[in-house]
Design a protein around this ligand. Structure first.
Ligand SMILES: [Mn+2]
Length: 333
């Protein structure tokens, strides 16, 4: 952000200064800091981070996973990464409320672009995403991944569990995604597969915002949508911290956890969900949980209105980065 002194320069000088800072997605020299550029212009990396595959010195790598071939209802989540990047231009101006700091002063975050795979080949997509995750994790970075439909969480969990053992899952969703469907692998069954593969420790995992029927909880603590509305965000965050405890945790956020009034741009909307504000307050309350990575999935911009779904996803991802950066010291750019 410009300092107060810079703002008092002549209008022409200010315009020249702004123009020189466009396209931080490939023009930025440091991985740290935020320099504002017009929200309507510039390279659409997430939060104007550098677009690169170079993971040297990187804390968190953003990846797009544009696959929606396992969607059971309306497709379109393959456009999610693009939508989230575009909406993030409305947020890339420095300190993020209510945290009071810019997470990019503390964390080196880059945008690696989108993982490539041939559309229509589910197994090939799973292998490509897992190989990509292996590459990022081998470099010592953590991940912030944008779906895609929710199946992309399975290869991500496979790569993370290989390093960390069974993960404690914090799962925001309208759906439990543990349906028994005779072994079918899709965006409504992958957490059952993850349980069977030993990727998740259900006894330390929570599902928040659930409001669809499933006869078997599979050992997850379910904090359903009604309990969020009845108990409030602070109580839900406290219970989540209590259940998850101290082990390595993975955060997965299906945007349909939000009510369709807050997130219409998704494939399988369900009424009665969380407001964006409720979800933010819960997420911001998850201090102390040892999150290794996050994904945010099922954003389908073709059903969106005024970018509200993409903006919610971009903001929740930013809140996650602030949660991770909270106890870190600012770095010199
Ligand atoms: Mn869902």
């Amino acid at each position: 952000m410009s300092s107060g002194n810079e703002k008092r320069k002549s209008p022409s000088a200010a315009r020249v200064g702004t123009a020189a800072e466009n396209d931080q997605g490939f023009m930025r020299e440091s991985l740290y800091g935020t320099r504002s550029e017009p929200a309507y212009a510039g390279a659409l990396s997430y939060m104007r981070r550098r677009y690169t595959r170079d993971l040297g010195g990187v804390d968190i790598a953003v990846s797009g996973l544009p696959s929606d071939i396992s969607t059971s209802s309306r497709p379109g989540a393959r456009l999610g990464p693009r939508g989230i990047r575009a909406a993030s231009t409305h947020l890339a101006f420095g300190a993020h409320w209510p945290w009071g700091f810019d997470p990019f002063d503390r964390l080196a975050v880059v945008d690696m672009g989108d993982v490539n795979f041939e559309p229509g080949y589910l197994e090939a997509m799973l292998e490509a995403v897992e190989a990509h995750a292996d590459h990022v994790l081998d470099a010592g970075a953590r991940m912030l991944s944008f779906g895609g439909d929710h199946l992309v969480s399975l290869p991500l969990l496979r790569a993370h569990a290989r390093r960390h053992g069974p993960l404690r899952l914090v799962h925001f969703d309208a759906h439990s995604d543990t349906w028994l469907e005779d072994g079918v692998l899709n965006h409504g069954t992958m957490f059952l597969h993850a349980l069977e593969e030993g990727l998740i420790d259900p006894s330390h995992s929570v599902q928040i915002g659930i409001r669809t029927d499933n006869p078997d909880s599979h050992g997850f603590e379910i904090l359903d949508a009604r309990s969020v509305h009845a108990q409030g965000a602070a109580a839900i965050a406290a219970r989540t911290r209590e259940v998850v405890g101290d082990g390595k945790a993975y955060l997965t956020f299906d945007i349909d956890c939000l009510d369709p009034s807050c997130a219409p741009g998704t494939g399988t909307p369900v009424v009665g969900g969380l407001s964006t504000a409720q979800a933010q307050q819960i997420l911001c309350g998850l201090t102390g949980i040892d999150f290794v990575s996050m994904d945010i999935v099922e954003v389908a911009p073709v059903y969106d209105i005024s970018e509200i779904t993409s903006l919610a996803a971009a903001t929740l991802a930013l809140d996650y980065l602030c949660l991770i950066a909270r106890d870190l010291a600012p770095r010199e750019p």
